[in-house]
Design a protein around this ligand. Structure first.
Ligand SMILES: NC(=O)CCC(=O)C(=O)O
Length: 264
């Protein structure tokens, strides 16, 4: 399986509309890979709090429309990262969208753990409540977003739902880059799963971004890692390695505290 992680530089000087066009073109350029992954809140930037409500859109909005078309033009599965979603009940969510190679919306995930404690996303956005997996040819993908990476029980819940590959769009700050790498590897090792974690580059809202998108295998080995700037990180991996790792070193069978009860 070949995947391209598009580590986008979210610049304030570039309008949301221009970025949307630029990113759609980058997705089209990935024709030939199986899966393309975009970062969290790449239209606005994950820390551009004042833009969330202004740029929020529905599941039929301009980003969803542009990404559906880009996925079908390229013939790829597209995890289109997340957008500020204006839901029918008026709440704004941090919502990830996954499109099939024919451009159909295959999965929608509303970020469960909102970042910011008493400000930012934590007060401006609603919390999702449902775990989401999506079946791709060869692997079941479990989706999570950025700060979710700090909550291992979410990932264990996704394993219980069949996940073998975690796709994690993010807008992770440079200041905590060491945590990003450590947590991506930890989630891979403890769940014996692939982790494809795609962050943003550059600086927005005065918050320098970590970049360093990363792909980790079920043994915790880093298969590929981006640098700090905008970059397309393409990697080839064998999804069958999840089953062999889980068979040869069957730690998941030794769980003593039971399965995660379903949420939502
Ligand atoms: N956008 C985010 O979720 C940021 C998370 C973060 O900065 C951290 O967990 O540290």
């Amino acid at each position: 399986m070949r995947a391209s992680l598009l580590q986008i530089d979210v610049k304030a000087a570039e309008s949301v509309d221009s970025r949307r066009h630029r990113v759609a073109a980058l997705v089209r350029e990935q024709a030939g890979v199986d899966l393309v992954v975009l970062p969290e809140l790449w239209t606005t930037g994950a820390f551009a709090y004042e833009s969330f409500a202004k740029e929020a859109e529905t599941l039929q909005g301009p980003t969803a429309e542009a990404m559906a078309k880009a996925a079908s033009d390229a013939g790829v599965w597209l995890h289109a990262g997340s957008v500020p979603e204006h839901a029918p009940d008026g709440t704004v969510y941090n919502t990830s969208l996954v499109f099939s190679p024919s451009g159909d919306l295959a999965a929608v995930y509303r970020k469960i753990h909102r970042f910011g404690f008493d400000k930012g996303e934590a007060v401006l956005m609603g919390a999702g409540g449902e775990l989401v997996t999506v079946r791709l040819p060869g692997t079941t993908v479990g989706v999570a977003t950025c700060y979710d990476l700090r909550f291992p029980e979410l990932f264990r819940g996704l394993v219980d739902a069949g996940a073998e590959t975690f796709v994690v769009p993010a807008g992770w700050p440079e200041r905590r880059r060491a945590h990003w790498t450590l947590l991506a590897r930890a989630r891979a090792v403890e769940n014996q799963a692939f982790v494809l974690a795609c962050g943003t580059a550059g600086t927005h809202a005065d918050v320098p971004q970590a970049g360093h998108s990363i792909v980790v295998d079920p043994w915790g080995e880093v298969l590929a890692e981006a640098g700090p700037g905008e970059e397309v990180l393409t990697v080839e991996f064998d999804p069958g390695k999840v089953a062999t790792t889980r068979e040869q070193f069957p730690v998941l069978k030794d769980r003593a505290l039971g399965r995660t009860p379903p949420r939502g």
